[in-house]
Design a protein around this ligand. Structure first.
Ligand SMILES: Nc1ncnc2c1ncn2[C@@H]1O[C@H](COP(=O)(O)OP(=O)(O)OP(=O)(O)O)[C@@H](O)[C@H]1O
Ligand SMILES: Nc1nc2c(ncn2[C@@H]2O[C@H](COP(=O)(O)O)[C@@H](O)[C@H]2O)c(=O)[nH]1
Length: 191
């Protein structure tokens, strides 16, 4: 089977992590763990949700790409990518749209880009609050330049990304199943 990385991208609260968890549970796709200088949210665990880094330790890794998002650093390391690919040819990663574009450019057809969005952006606030984000974090997020940028599919990803509107979870699962089916061609075994 050819290697593929399913890149979940889109705005904060649109469901990227939820879809990555679904792909992990139902398709056994490991998720690439990325690095961040953001402090852990309640319930997040180092080396499972992220490699949580200090500004100094963040600089010591070897990144395929890294970005600043809402005043913190985020980056996906070659080491993290290889660790996931050692487990399976089909893996996932959760990135902002700048990172997704870099993956599309650097990995070509190996990267399947999925842009998640919702019809009513004001629903995002409710979802983030339900997730337990604190008010100050939400305010900082929604005011960030990156949030404004990712409300719509950036032109750099048009014609590259599959767009999935995640208003209703059952429909989202069906859309994701179709994208996986389309992307994964199982070669017949040799006799
Ligand atoms: N279709 C849906 N309907 C209702 N709630 C949903 C749906 N999909 C995801 N959620 C909820 O929305 C919240 C945000 O989802 P999630 O953490 O997956 O978003 P995200 O895109 O990874 O956000 P971030 O970029 O901020 O980490 C979670 O509480 C999740 O359970
Ligand atoms: N380009 C990259 N984006 C990343 C990476 N790791 C996470 N992210 C994205 O950052 C924002 C904020 O994440 P949060 O966990 O603080 O809500 C979100 O869009 C993630 O998808 C990365 O290594 N590179």
């Amino acid at each position: 089977m050819d290697r593929k990385i399913f890149v979940l991208t889109g705005n904060t609260g649109t469901g990227k992590t939820t879809v990555a968890n679904y792909l992990n549970e139902f398709y056994e796709m490991p998720q690439v763990i990325t690095h961040t200088t953001r402090p852990p949210r309640e319930g997040e665990i180092d080396q499972i949700d992220y490699y949580f880094e200090s500004p100094e330790s963040f600089l010591k890794n070897h990144y395929l790409e890294s970005v600043a998002y809402a005043n913190f650093q985020y980056g996906s390391s070659y080491e993290g990518l290889e660790r996931a690919w050692e487990k399976s040819p089909l893996i996932t990663i959760v990135l902002d749209t700048a990172g997704a574009k870099t993956y599309a450019d650097k990995l070509g057809d190996e990267a399947v880009i999925i842009f998640l969005t919702v019809t009513k952006t004001d629903e995002i606030l409710g979802r983030l609050s339900k997730r337990g984000d604190n008010l100050e974090e939400m305010r900082q997020r929604l005011e960030s330049q990156e949030y404004q940028r990712d409300i719509q599919l950036p032109s750099s990803l048009q014609g590259i990304a599959h767009v999935v509107v995640n208003d209703d979870w059952q429909s989202t699962k069906m859309a994701i199943d179709n994208i996986v089916k389309q992307a994964v061609v199982v070669e017949p075994e040799e006799e």
